[in-house]
Design a protein around this ligand. Sequence first.
Ligand code: ACM
Ligand code: ZN
Length: 750
Amino acid sequence: MRKVVLMLLSGIVLLACKKQEVNIIPVPMQVVQEKGNFNINKSTRILIDTDDSVAFKVATYFQNLLKSKGLILELDKVVNFPDLKNAIYFTKKGFVDSLGVEGYMLTVNTGNITICANSGSGYFYAVQTLRQLMPMGFESANANYSRLSVPCVRIIDKPTFGWRGLNLDCCRHFMSKDFVKRYIDLLAYHKMNILHWHLTEDQGWRIEIKKYPKLTEVGAWRQLADGTEYGGYYTQDDIREIVAYAAERYVNIVPEIEMPGHSVAALASYPQLSCTGEPLKVETNWGVFKDIYCAGNEFTFTFLQDVLTEVADLFPFPYIHIGGDEAPKYRWENCPKCRARLKSQKLKNYEELQQYFISRIAKFLETKGRRIIGWDEILEGGRPHNATVQAWRGMDRVDSAVFAGAPVIVSPTSHCYFDYPVDVIDLRKVYSFNPIPDGISVQQKKLILGGECNMWTEHAPQKTVDSKLFPRMLALSEVLWSYPKVRSYDKFLERVRRHYGRLSNMGVNYGFEQSAVKVNSQLSADAKSITVSIERGQENLEIFYTIDGAEPITKSIKYKKPFVLKESATVKAVAFLNNSRVGEVFTREFVLSKSTGKNVKLGFAPATKYMGGGLQALVDGRKGTEAYNDGIWQAVQGSDMVATVDLGKSQPISTVSVGFLQSNPSWIFIPKQVDFFTSVGGTDFTLVGTVLSPVKAEDEGLIRHDFTLNVKGINCRYVRMVACSIGNCPDWHPAAGSPSWLFAEEISIY
Ligand code: ACM
Ligand code: ZN
């Protein structure tokens, strides 16, 4: 009995001594936690120096924040060295200049709090840090405190990158004004400072332009299959309100007005803007469309300049994004006006015509004191006038931009596309993001402004956006703000898990850290077996799997440890939480054949984005899923695919097979045919058969097809496949004339 009392007592002592948690995301540059707490209560005063107007602004924001949580504090202006007893003091005195514009020092003692910065943003970020030092419940909508305990700390902090953004696509799905404001708060809370607001698209024009009312009367609405009109737009008053809201939170808004492509909603509103002038409907499908603004028509420039004049009046930030991505040149090539422009401007090709188009817009915007940003395609005809580049297709595009001398915003599909499922980009992957490519000079590094995550919303209506952006945005905010030199994902993950309570209290419906089921595999050194291990997306999930292709249920094998496959098999796995299924069944086909683990030599350069796991991916024993970006498919754009497998020694073979994918909205087509060749010595190859595709380019949906040839009786050491691309996207295709893709997986030889 006495022992129990003692244990209880020591528990109380332990509790009393336990330091209040400090867990700030993004992690500050320097944090020293000290003993004790400061208690904010009703008599705590907020103090600012008399002449510090930016401190007044942020201190008022802070005062209102506390008021919304039940604590009404006085805000006083003071001179010289005020009495700091029970005070929260915003001051520039003692600021270390090397902390820069956004840096701050935050000191919490038992008697007071000092917030030291020399700019509004510095003060503001100190307040965000202070907010994360408050009890978890502070973020609840119905929080009502009469006292708030803050742990004693000394924090010195500043960001590494000045550009820390989110690109929110409010076109594919319209997002309400309040939702956009909520995201401004969420960005600010995580010290992100850019909302790149994607406002015009094929599927909807979302910004009121007084001079061209049809842009929103017609262009803001698309017709769903059931005939209903779907869409919405922001009035200029809405926009002014949002811009002011963002400014108060030190978030700059970069509006994106897409040109020359992704503009069908504008062309549907004013058909005279297109090359054909024919009526169009606001797009209801996702993809890239060949109808773009006519570059030969002067009205296009008059229109865009009028639009951008109103845009520049609404958005004070010096940058305006003009898109510039995914603009097929098919219409221009076939348009007399565009051809005449090409000639009159003495341009060599249609990429140069795009450069002319964008430079003309950039020069116009310069007269309004604005600079343009464009997606990395804008470099294809030469860097447009004074353009900043947003690199998206890969880190190699960052290299191209800095070599062209352009400032860059880094947001590659490999790490920053948060519309992609966590199966493709998980939290760990985002946390490993490095916006600075290897091998660039110190001077070139200075051109890297920072990064953004992209939230494209083709498959993400407003209600699903939280689960795509969180928790991944926590990782991005830490990469861009803190840029930790040593990154321990496991430690970061622990901190993320401690942060979830705050997100929940803010009503953030965050998603998974990684796919509910993640199947990993390792081919044995002799390539005779594959060891499969399965990771769970969250700690409390149970995984069940099958290896015979059957749907897994809770009666299937419960995953406990890695298992070994000695022959080809289809592994299906699914997660359960408290006996309820979570997410989709994950399927991976493994093949063990004569070619598995042998050497393959590629006669093409796989796209860096779609390497399939490396140069040996076509013989690694793993077959792709229906997701082209699943990391298994290996791809090339605009060429055939040639690959030669070396079996190591001559031997009889009976079947050869290779898999391809078609997803024509993504410009991916099954090859017209695959030719198979064999050789004994590796120099002279004999054609042993051609397999024609049964799939037509027009065939819709996700189609996987294995090209298989019976080669019984052949003895060889080398097998070569040549897959013949269909060439450019066909005339009927929305991206007509653009080079198509081939996506291949496993070459199996039996
Ligand atoms: C893009 O994802 N098309 C920039
Ligand atoms: Zn034209």
